[in-house]
Ligand binder design. Structure first.
Ligand code: ZN
Length: 139
């Protein structure tokens, strides 16, 4: 069995942002040379997410608006977590609902997606370098 590991780093200009990353994951899959197996992609931080959904910019903004209604950034004093001196209580909650990772089947050297599925990085406390891990196993 082969195993391949790669880290991606994102520094988003905005605090909250959704970034399409399917191209980078496809590139990692090509580099791995793996034809049949599984591909894990996970956020390496507790205030960001990796998720699969539609590559449609209106939907990305719908997510951001919906998450902001669920867990507004301000007032920051509403979160007990921010008593630690941090201001990202909302970002931890947003990450939880959008998830940590995705696993995609690898078939015939390609990501075996359903219709319209694409991979996204969800940043909820950005403007600093943050990592995503890609791990591919198979043969
Ligand atoms: Zn925090």
């Amino acid at each position: 069995m082969k195993s391949y590991r790669k880290e991606l780093t994102f520094t988003t200009p905005r605090r909250v942002e959704i970034v399409p990353i399917t191209d980078q994951v496809n590139e990692a899959l090509r580099e791995s040379g793996i034809q049949e197996g599984l591909c894990l992609v996970n956020a390496m931080h507790i205030t960001s997410s990796v998720f699969i959904n539609d590559n449609e910019k209106g939907l990305w903004q719908d997510y951001i608006n919906w998450l902001e209604r669920l867990a507004p950034h301000e007032p920051i004093g509403q979160y007990l977590h921010n008593r630690t001196g941090e201001a990202n209580g909302d970002a931890h909650l947003k990450r939880q609902i959008m998830g940590r990772e995705v696993i995609i089947a690898v078939t015939g050297g390609k990501l075996d997606f359903g219709p319209w599925e694409q991979i996204f990085y969800g940043e909820f406390d950005g403007q600093r370098p943050k990592k995503v891990l890609i791990k591919i196993i198979g043969e």
